[in-house]
Design a protein around this ligand. Structure first.
Ligand code: CA
Length: 295
């Protein structure tokens, strides 16, 4: 699907641009989060057309997905271009209270590394924004919620599987905002923003709902939550982990709550988007995807 098929909100109102069946492979072309507007390091980042940033390619209608189901997104591959861009913008990021200038840096990508001056960082391509239409209203692609959105999770890369709640007929899926590499926190407000291609397949868990997106990556599941503060996000993440562990093991609340201190890691996704993102990571040996679901 060409990158010109882009939305700037997740909403029921968008007509799907492609219909796919479960198991069918889909290739999305993706523009970088700045909408390809940064051509060189002299670009005035504050003067970009902000109505054209953080687009997501789509929406894709997944046949058979209905409200109350869970959409399963398998990330088959993520390819990124040979040049990315990172920027700092006054009044944004973890250090937004400090005084600093806007700055843009182009970052060459070659041989599996991003070259930031003399420092090289191994490429780990991340899908920053990925989600479905929410149950009501319209969410800008720059924000995040139970429908997914601008979650910026560094483990959302090739080989991962993302589970998303379905609120609309066909789910109306879209994705964009690739990062050649991103750390937990994404502290400066951007990562290495880059154009590229995403290859995906979809499945549907019929009649099974989840409350928040769940990321299956390596040997663990992670509940991806967001809140107005990191404190709020941590509360929501632990709460959802406890619910899942209670379903899996038949434990009381108290037992499941105890177990979070043994085997559930809280990690920061990002501290710079409109809502802060946290993930509660649970090894697969202690929980199955079904235990995050309710009917
Ligand atoms: Ca992002």
């Amino acid at each position: 699907m060409p990158k010109q098929k882009v939305v700037y909100t997740f909403s029921l109102k968008h007509e799907p641009v492609e219909h796919v069946k479960p198991g069918e492979e889909v290739l999305l072309e993706v523009e970088d989060a700045f909408g390809g507007q940064v051509k060189d390091e002299k670009t005035a980042i504050e003067k970009l057309d902000w109505s054209r940033v953080n687009g997501a390619t789509g929406p894709v209608f997944i046949e058979g997905a209905e409200p109350g189901d869970t959409l399963v997104v398998h990330v088959v591959d993520v390819k990124v271009a040979d040049k990315g861009v990172i920027a700092v913008i006054p009044k944004q990021g973890a250090l937004k209270e400090k005084s600093f200038k806007a700055k843009v840096k182009l970052v060459p990508i070659s041989g599996g590394y991003a070259h930031f001056g003399k420092a090289k960082v191994k490429v780990n391509p991340v899908i920053g924004t990925i989600g479905v239409a929410p149950d009501k209203g319209e969410y800008p692609t720059g924000t995040l919620g139970r429908h997914g959105g601008n979650m910026d999770v560094k483990e959302l890369t090739r080989g991962a599987t993302l589970y998303l709640p379905v609120f609309a007929e066909g789910a109306l899926f879209a994705a964009g905002d690739l990062h050649a590499v991103q750390s937990d926190g994404e502290s400066c407000v951007s990562a290495i923003e880059v154009a590229g291609e995403v290859k995906l397949t979809f499945d549907v868990l019929k009649g099974k709902s989840i409350s928040w997106p769940i990321l299956e990556s390596g040997e663990s599941y992670a509940v991806l939550v967001c809140g107005d503060s990191l404190d709020e996000a941590c509360v929501l993440a632990v709460d959802e982990a406890v619910r899942g562990l209670m379903r899996e093991h038949g434990w009381s609340f108290e037992e499941a709550y105890m177990f979070t201190s043994l085997a559930v890691d809280l990690k920061i996704n990002q501290v710079v988007d409109p809502k802060k993102g946290v993930r509660a990571v649970i090894p697969k040996s202690y929980i199955s995807i079904e235990s995050f679901c309710h009917t």
